[in-house]
Design a protein around this ligand. Structure first.
Ligand code: ZN
Length: 181
């Protein structure tokens, strides 16, 4: 397994629409999913879409276990989602591609999700609560949509500016470290 670099805004690849996985769940795909999971745990985060590590494929990993629980990794290949309710509820979301920005997004509270799992088996589940929020957030990534795209233009611009500034600072620190070495 390997930790991959997570893309952050305004990287244009985050706007790409991801392609379906062809040919089922292969060992090569499982290696990608293993890397994604390790990258997500390292960040740390609770969900990650393949495009966030630069792979434009319809693949998501997730782990919603609490800090005192055993890990519960979940893998979603070619997921399809169907809202089951007109009711929407706000939830404060964050994203590894928009670090240190949190804001409320309204989403349907229940949805149905069909996908292939790590072993390539077809699964069909009803998602509620945190699972519903997270799977809808990750599904958006597959369409090139970020949670800040659900916010006002002003809030979105502020979020992108904040991440750009933080990234610049990190890079200049890394550079001065390298020149001091
Ligand atoms: Zn995200």
């Amino acid at each position: 397994m390997a930790i991959r670099e997570i893309l952050t805004v305004p990287d244009p690849r985050l706007k790409e629409v991801s392609k379906p996985v062809e040919g089922g769940v292969t060992d090569e795909l499982r290696t990608l999913m293993d890397d994604m999971l390790e990258t997500m745990y390292d960040a740390p985060g609770i969900g990650l879409a393949a495009i966030q590590v630069g792979e434009p494929l319809r693949v998501i990993v997730m782990d919603l276990a609490g800090p005192d629980e055993e890990p519960q990794p979940r893998y979603f290949v070619n997921p399809e989602i169907l809202p089951l309710t007109e009711d929407k509820a706000p939830y404060e979301e964050g994203c590894l591609s928009v670090p240190d920005v949190f804001d409320e997004v309204d989403r349907p509270t229940r949805c149905r999700v069909k996908y292939l799992d790590y072993d390539g088996n077809e699964r069909d589940e009803v998602a509620e609560g945190m699972f519903a929020v997270c799977i809808q957030h990750e599904m958006d990534h597959l369409e090139g949509i970020l949670f800040i795209d659900h916010l006002s233009r002003l809030k979105r611009q502020r979020a992108v500016d904040k991440v750009k500034k933080a990234t610049r600072l990190l890079r200049s620190r890394a550079k001065s470290k390298a020149s001091a070495a």
